[in-house]
Design a protein around this ligand. Sequence first.
Ligand code: NAD
Length: 360
Amino acid sequence: MAHRVLVIPGDGIGAEIMPHAVRVLQALRVDFEFDYADMGGCAIDEHGTPLPPATLAAAHAADAVLLGAVGGPKWDDLPTDKRPEKGLLGLRSGLDLFANLRPALLFPPLADASSLKSELVADLDMLIVRELTGGIYFGEPRGITVDNGGRRGVNTYVYDEREIIRVARVAFDLAAKRRRKLTSVDKANVLEATQLWREVVAEVHADYPDVELEHLLVDNAAMQLVRAPKQFDVVLTGNMFGDILSDVAAMLTGSLGMLPSASLNSAGQGMYEPVHGTAPDIAGQNVANPLATILSAAMMLRYSLHEADAALRIEKAVADVLDQGLRTADILPAADADDLRPVGTDEMADAVIAALPRAP
Ligand code: NAD
């Protein structure tokens, strides 16, 4: 049976890069059925809403969603509930995508692009699993009130054990297939909600005796991430801590243009997208790095479509083109380097396709 993939190119460089990611998938000779839908700014222009009902229905019907990026200055002045990002949030909650996977993988030829010393990050390969649909970003009560003449802002950090168990299982399953180490990050010395987080993660651990579990407080985790990031394999954490730590981990790898991500639900359905946005400053100039989207397509093959070999072929091809010295502007060092070749979006994607190892 063909894999049904819903492609949502979106706006700016999202729409510019997506045809290249689809070309890479087509070159694999895996059986796909591609469907296309609008979301974000282009959907506002075409349908008057950032998430047309037909897009959500198509996402439900697909095995996986491959998304570019949405947004841009054209839609910045719209009211919050009409903005392009609302489409993204609607898709996440509509598909119940509760587990966000953000790998921080440093391809050895890019070690110099990191903000840390290259020996600290060379061959870094860690994965942050962030709970995406609960925690303080969604907890009630919330809001700003005026009491006794003064203003008061309230948010609520809340998790129930069902939410913790399901995301912990995703993280343990992933750790079991990697280097079998899981670090759960909380603030259990101060926040009761995260004391429960720690307890429940320890209970789920009973089902994964082969995975080593450690608990870290979030302040220590932040410090360790910039001190010795290679100690981590899989890091599991809640929505807010994950938001912050995954951006720190992203910087370790150098460029936004290299970072893929996945968001999964309990049916294994997922949405796959680069971490970067629509980059209006460079959109339409054939300079954007297409590798984050291409690597997101590889994650889709691995985590939703069970095509691990095909995923590996894409990742090997990306490693190969970087080894060959091809660099888009964002990963080109400032100093002249004779062994590097500056390329645009098209040429980088062509090179990945040419470097794809043959199917076994
Ligand atoms: P951005 O990620 O679009 O760009 C930040 C900087 O990184 C820019 O200088 C950009 O040129 C550069 N950059 C990003 N991706 C790149 C790539 N693939 N190759 C080379 N350089 C790259 O973030 P921003 O500027 O804060 O946001 C721009 C728009 O994107 C906004 O409308 C924002 O809301 C939206 N956005 C969307 C998503 C999403 O769809 N998931 C995520 C973040 C931002």
